[in-house]
Design a protein around this ligand. Structure first.
Ligand code: ADP
Length: 803
């Protein structure tokens, strides 16, 4: 039952009408339809009496014949203003609420309810500041509510705002704002006017906020619907126009859209492509941009999203594949197997990037191909040689005319899978200039921490390269940028000995060439002796590229002969070899050459492997000039000067005239002048050549040497010993002088080379001179030394300082 504060009531008895889903407040005018028999009877009774009727809300609207428990016990006494008979038995009635009343008891149930009521008598308002404040607050809140919700007409708002009685105001606001019967009933049951007004204020705040949010949501929804409808409408129009024009592009766009649906791209890529498709669909037919736009979309769709090959990490099989494809290279093969074993244990292929380092033609590329074959992955290759422009790797932005993705992305598309073996050739030959730094782009490609979101300028969205197995090759590690080097595991692949070449030629190169030229297997025959003659006479290289080409030439010539002479097979003889290939280019001079003055065999290590390097020196009367020719680099020039200073300092003990540096011009030349040469390792060679030229003692030509010198005549270690010894072996040298500290490197040198060559370790230049020169230089009788007046060319110091 309702709260009863100190209130005045008056008992009355009135016909009662239960309302369904309705509520009438005092002061409220309302019309509603009445259909239930009991209700109509109550109405009729009221009309016959004083037109007063008690209206009370039903708790549940579904109940047709409510009892006392089905209705609330607080309602409103209303006076009936108008009654209208409707077609059927219904009656429409207009009522105006008067007083709240409490239902004490139901005194009659048939033919209509009669309620015994306590009617509340309004008490009038006590004027106080608090009441005023409350009234003003309620007015403000109501105004806010009207503005925000837009549900109340301005006239209603105005009439509500004019009410100054707190109770009446609360009722009016409740009648306009509250929708649910329960809420309204709650307010009806609050008999205290001020408390009621306060309650409605709280409700107004909440409702205003709700209305605000509601409005925003509605606006959003409306906008979206409008946009969708507009887009749809416009697109349909374009389609219709294009169909009218007989434009087939429209159907193309649909095809592309269908392809996009089926392609498992990442979200960013999908969004980019979808947006471009939108643009494409809206372009006027014949617009030059169509091509650009379509190329982009096709690039995106053609990338191998979601396509990978399963890895075969069977080590036995990998070993077999590597052995099948390559002769020798045992260490390299083992390193590769180890690498795969680690990948298998870790269950991912995210090892460091393998880098095969070695001279050209030693099989670096072909090992990488074998790895792909062993793993069952696709293979792609890209050369970095001479790449200067970052855009070659990362692509051009689409704003450039004719832009396409970089070569990394192009190769991935070509591979057709996300996890190919990707060979990056010649990573040491990348250069950087104003067009950006390709090395830093490569860093992003190779770094497993970043390459899962590689950004190509053209695609403008991340692409996952983390499944790719990158392998790189280089001829030398010196020019590989340091940060790249740190991310790679170096595997050295060195040059071959003659025996190895022979085996490679017999087992791999010849059969491959025969097959490539479409001849029956084994139809061209070369005996070991002839093959060796071919290797010695026509090739001088660390790898087997030239050998492969030369064999190719022999096979072609043999094919011609087979057809000419109607032969099934051809056996190549020495004569035929000369006939096919011309006279041998190289002569294998087995230590046959006579000793010479001023000419010394040096050994060099270049990017194409080891090589012999002859150094010639001659002297002539002059003023002490030192002439250096043969494209020598700075370091090599400095080592020539150091050699000269050494000789000057030790002139007398070597039997050389003390003043040679003033009276003689010296010319050091390193033949094959067009080939640039550099490095400090020719120091001992130049010293020997100088001493020979100045003393006239000849140098043995079966001897070669390598080593850096210090001014005091110590021999310092050098790099690339293995390659140098292989080169000496190829050139038929039988004695090689090496720095003593390089002895440890002999482990890597093939045994047959060590067998064929006498290695003499040297710690001081003296040892070198004594071995290489035909006679040991002896001191001249001591003569008085002239004071050094004029320093000779270069940074030489007066000889006396080094005594
Ligand atoms: P690189 O990449 O080191 O310059 P390649 O891989 O292109 O050299 O090798 C050149 C050719 O020599 C290839 O046809 C390769 O198959 C062949 N080749 C090189 N080394 C061997 C080897 N050890 N066994 C068999 N063939 C080899």
């Amino acid at each position: 039952m309702a709260k009863a504060k100190k209130r005045r009531t008056e008992p009355v008895s009135l016909p009662m009408l239960p309302l369904r889903g309705l509520m009438v407040f005092p002061h409220m005018v309302l019309h509603f339809d009445v259909g239930r028999k009991k209700s109509i009877a109550a109405l009729e009774q009221a009309m016959m009496a004083d037109q007063k009727i008690f209206l009370v809300a039903q708790r549940e609207i579904d109940v047709d014949d409510p009892g006392i428990d089905d209705i609330y016990h607080v309602g409103t006494i209303a006076s009936i203003k108008q009654v209208l008979k409707l077609p059927g038995d219904n009656i429409r009635v207009l009522v105006e609420g008067r007083n709240r009343a409490i239902l004490r008891a139901v005194t009659q149930e048939e033919p209509y309810f009669v309620g015994a009521l306590d009617m509340l008598i309004p008490q009038g308002t006590v004027v106080s500041i608090e009441t005023d404040a409350l009234l003003r607050t309620a007015h403000n809140y109501f105004e806010d509510y009207c503005r925000t919700s837009g549900r109340i007409s301005p006239e209603t708002m105005q009439s509500v705002l004019e009410v100054e009685d707190p109770g009446q105001l609360a009722d009016l606001i409740a009648a306009n704002v509250l929708q649910k019967v329960e809420d309204r009933q709650q307010l009806l049951e609050e008999f205290d006017d001020l408390a009621r007004l306060e309650a409605i204020c709280a409700i107004l705040v909440r409702e205003t906020e709700l209305a605000g949010v509601e409005k925003k949501v509605q606006a959003r929804v409306r906008k979206q619907i409008e946009q969708n409808q507009k887009d749809y409408y416009l697109r349909e129009q374009i389609k219709a126009i294009q169909t009218e024009l007989g434009d087939k592009d429209a159907t193309d766009v649909e095809d592309l859209r269908a392809r996009l649906e089926k392609t498992p791209m990442n979200d960013e890529a999908r969004e980019k492509t979808a947006r471009e498709l939108e643009r494409l669909s809206r372009m006027a037919p014949g617009s030059p941009e169509i091509g650009v736009s379509r190329t982009y979309i096709e690039w995106m769709l053609d990338l191998p999203w979601g396509r990978s090959t399963p890895d075969n990490l069977d080590l036995k099989r990998a070993r077999r594949v590597l052995a099948e494809d390559h002769y020798g290279l045992e260490e390299v093969k083992e390193r590769v197997i180890e690498y795969l074993a680690v990948c298998r244990i870790k269950n991912n292929m995210k090892g460091p990037v393998l880098c095969f380092v070695g001279p050209p033609g030693v099989g670096k590329t072909s090992i990488a191909k074998s790895i792909a074959r062993a793993l069952g992955r696709k293979f792609v290759q890209m050369s970095l040689g001479g790449v200067r422009d970052e855009a070659e790797i990362r692509g051009h932005r689409r704003t450039y005319i004719g832009a396409i993705p970089g070569r990394i992305i192009s190769s991935i598309k070509q591979a057709g899978t996300l996890n190919p073996v990707f060979l990056l050739d010649e990573i040491d030959k990348m250069a950087s200039d104003v067009r950006g730094d390709p090395a830093s782009a490569m860093l992003e490609v190779l770094d497993s921490a970043q390459n899962n979101a590689f950004r190509d300028h053209y695609l403008e969205c991340p692409f996952d390269l983390s499944g790719v197995m990158f392998i790189t090759t280089a001829n030398s590690v010196d020019t590989i940028p340091r940060p790249l080097l740190d991310r790679m595991e170096l595997i050295e692949v060195s040059g071959y000995t003659e025996d190895e070449k022979l085996n490679i030629a017999k087992r791999h190169l010849l059969p491959k060439q025969i097959e490539e030229h479409g001849l029956p297997a084994k139809s061209v025959k070369l005996t070991d002796r002839i093959m060796r003659a071919l290797i010695q006479g026509y090739t001088r290289e660390a790898g087997v590229r030239r050998l492969q080409r030369t064999i190719g030439k022999v096979v072609r010539k043999s094919a011609v002969q087979m057809i000419d002479d109607e032969l099934e097979t051809v056996t190549v003889t020495q004569d035929k070899l000369t006939e096919y290939l011309g006279a041998p280019r190289y002569h294998y001079e087995k230590a046959g050459k006579k000793p010479e003055v001023g000419v010394v065999n040096g050994l060099a290590y270049t990017v194409v492997g080891g090589d012999t390097l002859q150094i010639e020196t001659t002297t002539m009367p002059g003023t002490g000039q030192l002439e250096l020719t043969g494209s020598l680099g700075d370091v090599m020039k400095e080592s020539a000067r150091a050699a000269k200073s050494y000789v000057r300092a030790h002139a007398s003990e070597l039997g050389i005239a003390d003043d040679f540096y003033k009276t003689l011009d010296i010319h050091i030349h390193v033949p094959e002048g067009a080939v640039p040469k550099d490095g400090p390792s020719a120091g001992v060679t130049m010293t020997t050549a100088l001493v020979s030229a100045l003393t006239g003692i000849a140098v043995r030509q079966n001897v070669a040497m390598t080593g850096e010198i210090t001014l005091r005549g110590r021999v310092l270690p050098i790099g690339g010993l293995k390659e140098k010894l292989l080169a000496a072996h190829r050139a038929g040298i039988d004695t090689v002088l090496i720095p003593k500290e390089n002895i440890k490197d002999l482990e890597e040198v093939p045994e047959n080379v060590l067998k064929a060559i006498t290695i003499i370790p040297a710690e001081i230049v003296r040892t070198v001179l004594e071995t290489a020169l035909c006679e040991i230089p002896t001191p001249k009788k001591k003569t008085e030394r002239m004071p050094d007046v004029l320093p000779a060319a270069g940074a030489e110091k007066p000889a006396g300082l080094h005594a």
